[in-house]
Design a protein around this ligand. Structure first.
Ligand SMILES: Cc1cc2nc3c(=O)[nH]c(=O)nc-3n(C[C@H](O)[C@H](O)[C@H](O)COP(=O)(O)OP(=O)(O)OC[C@H]3O[C@@H](n4cnc5c(N)ncnc54)[C@H](O)[C@@H]3O)c2cc1C
Length: 1009
């Protein structure tokens, strides 16, 4: 196979490319384009000149279809565009003034213009209305592939609807094109005229990275039927490629699907390769090998990729390696390498080069000619409305060109429209360079490989390494905090490693765990039996229960260790935290597996908890390095004042079961790194994880007595510990009931007590999300489900009150309840489970009581059945509507998968209701009104407010977490100030003036340490 570009080809590409440019000119392509749509042309012009206008305008276009009244249209237009200061501003000012005065006129005009703009890129709002355009394409010598635009699929019924639409469309197109007969020299090898492009995300509501096998099966249920019908009608099907998380699954699906049909027809099945992906070359090689092995010919559409910004953002947020190339020439050069690979393997692949870049497609045409391939042996593809003059040029030269024709209504098609607008105005895009920036032909036809740096050239010829993998343990050179990446379960290696961990942990169930007091392991007389909430007969472990004597012993051990420990250096303590993080990193899947069994977390939820625990260690280590050595207060001559911190003493750590490792680890490491010693009391329900954490602490090197494990119940050892006069600090996370009790107990001062007890107290929430009238419901539905039902709603941050504004509930609730039906209730150890059990019988009974109350007092919108074979503490996600703001369901913390929906007329009432509880932890809004978002930012009084995203899943360092009112004392775990709660501040002031001589202040800096 030819790997590198033969340099002698460049002159030929330039010659061919110039010919194309001449033809483009002949087809009117030198004018501002597309001609005949003034509104679009002006919009693009402004957008290219002003990035602020571009963002605001595209956001406005995005929300427009959901706006029902003219007032709404004008209100949003004013909000989005009135602050724009650009070339557009004078025209805009006039438009906005008119709009305010006469809303009907501009609203009507805007809708009409945006609709006509959408018509440039969307072929029709239905199959029927698209037919004349398809017919026109055909008469101009081009072919088509049709795609159905749609809302995100969030329920099985929506997936069914999509599948039915595809099948109807197949029939319509087959009937309509029966008389179309290809002619000329391309006719011989003509692929089917009817060609559908299918997005797999439209065919299942539940595509789960953790379980590609059952995702593939679910998608196949629809896809096989579509392909069957397509083949009966002689049509072809292409699987579009979406975001990176779906890549492996799409390729796997393609293989499985292809094998279900005879080899003769498999060329009618195609998939897409995105050249912007670093691993696309090796993927293509692998797929070609597979096709050869299977004796099949397949169709491959080669594109650069449509989700470049998205992939970069997602990977950056998750601290994964970015899967796309970061410079445009790398993508272009990779596209050309893959083009050559496809053409060289023509015997097993029918290549479709999808691009509007004249250089990119000229390269493919010229290279094909060199290989002796006729123009009919491959094809070019372009997007409908994006490159008409280029399409015409290639048709004129006798090439087969297919246009990708989206069909759909304006509302579902809006995100497609916005993507096209962005593409046309992208700084690095070929279309902008050609039609707007008017770059020279020579610069547009330059070889992208010649623009690569040496490093990029090497990288792009060896791009086969997996794009995302776990970050290796912290290195010495790493100076600032970076979040631990969550596991990427789209990678087979991650999934099998999690499976292995589950097997390993299964083999360790039922062991006994001791108390650890002053380094001594005590198995004791009494044991606490921890069971799997999904199968209560399965014992996870037996943990020794502390007695009142053990409480005294634990506190004494911690007290004895305190002074030596608090005297150790900051460097030593922070290193120990890093070591602990490294250990957890190494054992992370096994730790997740323990959570799956002991507390009923699904794979992703368990992984998130372990990741957070690792983050806490590294983050608090970093923070302690920042504050641990104190700082000068003011820079004055003749005096040095240093503010520094000392540890408080013995800390009691009383942790909950719902984040059994993260919260336990966070509170413990914060106490330890600041120089306190600790007595740890994990929750009864997660006491095995508590014991495993203790083992990790010891292995990391925390000395005997510095950390002590005192398992047992809250009522016995917990309260004795809090009341103990020698405990200086209590770090508690849990219920309001226990939290307020601890607060009161800690206020009692004993005669021989050294310090006033400090309580760091984080409690629950009754968290609300407001859904505004203009919310993006695709995002809102998924966000609500995750916030309310992930980990069965057993997070203090979980959503329990959904507040709808105006008419939005009518559109939202049916989609929401259908989407809930698609969730799988099952064993958490199974990778495709969404909903596991609640933690124990007590929780089950309590949640059940609220469900019964809800049924009596409100309207039950949905509660699906729990599969009969499940014997654990399962409660299906339940949604009640018509809930009154002051009802128990709307005021009391349920801590389970129960969601109360409250309808309101306007945002002000929503806000009033949202704030009207005893709690103030998390909250959120889905809205596209800038004014409403600004109001919510100011007036929704909670500790963590989230806008247009789920309200759970705070990330250490990024979203310091904690609330006020009855949600907590105002401390922020994972935030910059958190460690100060574990410390006493002190200031040492020294007069440095000696008989009128004051040393330079800088020389005294050394005293700080
Ligand atoms: C018929 C057809 C079908 C398509 N189907 C799919 C599909 O299934 N899945 C899909 O993802 N896309 C698909 N696309 C969209 C396609 O990916 C975009 O239209 C394409 O990216 C534009 O590329 P170009 O060669 O026309 O333009 P160019 O302007 O040459 O390239 C633009 C592309 O370069 C890449 N890029 C931009 N900036 C950078 C940078 N700084 N570093 C690295 N790379 C960069 C991006 O991929 C960007 O889209 C399809 C396109 C066509 C024509």
């Amino acid at each position: 196979m030819t790997m590198h570009q033969d340099q002698t080809i460049q002159p030929e590409i330039e010659k061919f490319g110039r010919q194309i440019f001449d033809l483009i000119k002949a087809y009117g392509g030198e004018h501002r384009w597309p001609a005949g749509n003034n509104f679009y042309a002006r919009l693009m012009d402004w957008a290219m000149r002003d990035p602020v206008f571009k963002t605001q305008m595209f956001r406005f276009v995005d929300v427009l279809p959901t706006l029902t009244t003219s007032d709404d249209v004008v209100k949003h237009m004013v909000e989005y565009l009135s602050d724009v200061k650009s070339a557009a501003s004078s025209a805009l000012r006039t438009a906005l003034t008119v709009a305010r005065l006469f809303p009907l006129i501009p609203a009507h005009l805007i809708r009409r213009n945006v609709r006509s703009m959408a018509n440039i890129f969307i072929c029709g709002d239905s199959g029927e209305s698209a037919l004349p355009n398809l017919q026109r394409l055909w008469s101009e010598g081009a072919r088509f592939t049709v795609d159905i635009l749609g809302e995100a699929v969030v329920s099985d019924s929506e997936a069914d609807g999509f599948a039915a639409k595809y099948i109807d469309l197949l029939k319509l197109l087959t009937d309509a094109t029966r008389s179309w007969k290809p002619e000329g020299r391309l006719a011989a090898g003509e692929p089917p005229l009817v060609n559908l492009s299918v997005k797999i995300s439209a065919l299942s509501a539940r595509i789960q990275a953790t379980d590609p096998c059952s995702s593939v099966e679910r998608i196949l249920r629809h896809l096989e039927r579509i392909v069957d019908r397509a083949f009966q009608m002689g049509a072809a099907i292409n699987l579009d490629m979406e975001h990176y998380a779906l890549k492996g699954l799409t390729l796997e699906l393609f293989k499985v699907l292809t094998k279900r049909f005879e080899p003769e027809v498999s060329q009618r099945l195609g998939f897409v390769v995105q050249a912007y992906l670093r691993d696309s070359y090796s993927d293509t090689e692998e797929m070609l090998r597979w096709a050869r092995r299977e004796g099949r010919q397949v169709t491959i559409r080669l594109v650069k990729g449509a989700y470049w910004d998205f992939e970069k953002v997602v990977a950056t947020q998750k601290t994964w390696k970015i899967p796309v190339f970061l410079s445009k020439p790398e993508t272009d050069a990779n596209y050309e390498r893959i083009s050559r690979l496809l053409l060289e393997n023509r015997s097993v692949v029918y290549p479709a080069f999808a691009s509007h870049n004249v250089r990119t497609i000229s390269h493919a045409a010229v290279y094909a000619k060199r290989l002796g391939l006729e123009p009919g042996a491959y094809e070019f593809q372009m997007l409908y409305g994006m490159a008409t003059p280029i399409r015409r040029a290639f048709v004129k030269l006798g090439y087969r060109v297919r246009e990708y024709c989206p069909i759909g209504e304006l509302l579902p098609g809006m995100s497609y429209l916005v993507r096209r607008l962005l593409e046309n105005t992208s700084n690095e895009g070929f279309l902008r360079a050609t039609f707007s920036d008017k770059q020279s032909a020579a610069s547009l036809l330059v070889d992208p490989a010649s623009q690569l740096s040496t490093h990029q050239a090497v990288e792009s010829t060896h791009p086969a390494q997996p794009a995302a993998k776990l970050r290796s343990p912290r290195r010495e050179t790493q100076t600032c905090f970076i979040n631990e990446p969550p596991a990427d379960f789209t990678l087979a290696s991650e999934r099998s490693s999690m499976e292995r961990a589950l097997t390993a942990v299964r083999g360790k169930l039922g062991l006994a765990y001791p108390l650890v007091l002053g380094g001594e392991e005590i198995f004791g007389a009494e044991q606490l039996v921890s069971v799997n909430p999904a199968r209560p007969k399965q014992v996870i472990g037996r943990v020794a229960v502390g007695t009142p004597k053990d409480v005294a012993k634990a506190v004494a051990a911690a007290r004895k260790a305190f002074l030596p420990w608090s005297d150790t250096s900051v460097a030593w303590r922070t290193d120990l935290l890093d070591r602990l993080a490294d250990q957890m990193h190494a054992a992370r899947h096994e730790l997740s597996a323990w959570e799956v069994f002991e507390v009923g977390k699904t794979w992703s939820e368990a992984d998130a908890d372990v990741v957070e625990a690792i983050d806490f260690c590294r983050y608090y280590a970093d923070q302690m390095r920042r504050i641990g050595n104190g700082h000068p207060t003011q820079n004055l001559p003749g005096e040095v004042s240093i503010e520094s911190y000392i540890a408080r003493g013995v800390a009691a750590i009383i942790a909950p079961w719902n984040f059994p490792l993260a919260i336990l680890c966070g509170m413990t490491t914060a106490a330890l790194v600041t120089g306190n010693t600790v007595v740890i009391k994990p929750a009864e329900q997660s006491s095995v994880i508590g014991a495993i954490f203790m083992k990790l602490l010891r292995e990391a090197g925390f000395p005997d007595g510095v950390a002590n494990l005192l398992s047992g119940t809250g009522e016995s050892v917990g309260s004795l510990l809090v009341a103990h006069p020698d405990v200086d600090l209590v770090a508690f996370t849990g219920s309001r009931e226990v939290g307020t009790l601890i607060w009161a107990m800690a206020a009692v001062t004993h005669r021989d007590q050294i310090n006033l007890k400090k309580v760091i107290c984080e409690m629950g929430g009754k968290n609300a999300v407001i859904i505004d009238e203009d919310a993006d419901l695709d995002e809102a539905v998924l966000g609500i489900i995750h916030s309310a039902f992930a980990y069965q709603g057993q997070k203090c941050s979980a959503l329990s009150r959904l507040i709808t504004v105006g008419d939005v509930g009518r559109r939202l609730i049916p989609r929401l309840t259908d989407a809930v039906a698609a969730l799988k209730i099952g064993l958490p150890e199974q990778p495709d489970t969404n909903i596991g059990p609640v933690i124990d019988q007590t929780a089950f009974d309590k949640v059940q009581r609220y469900v019964e109350l809800g049924k009596r007092e409100h309207h039950l919108a949905c509660q699906y059945d729990v599969p009969k074979e499940l014997e654990g503490y399962y409660i299906a996600p339940t949604i009640f509507t018509e809930v009154e703001p002051r009802s128990s369901l709307a005021q009391e913390e349920i801590f389970g998968p129960v969601l109360a929906v409250l309808a309101t007329q306007d945002l002000s009432t929503s806000l009033e209701i949202a704030n009207d509880t005893a709690f103030a932890l998390t909250g959120g809004i889905y809205s596209r009104s800038l004014k409403n978002i600004a109001r919510i930012r100011r007036d929704f009084r909670v500790g963590n407010l989230y806008i247009n995203r789920p309200i759970t899943g705070a990330i250490v360092g990024r979203h310091p977490f904690g609330g006020f009112k009855m949600s907590g004392g105002g401390t922020k775990a994972g935030g910059r100030d958190y460690l100060l709660n574990f410390l006493f501040p002190r200031v040492v002031t020294e007069n440095t003036l000696r008989h009128g001589f004051a040393p330079e202040t800088e020389t005294l800096g050394a005293r700080i340490a």
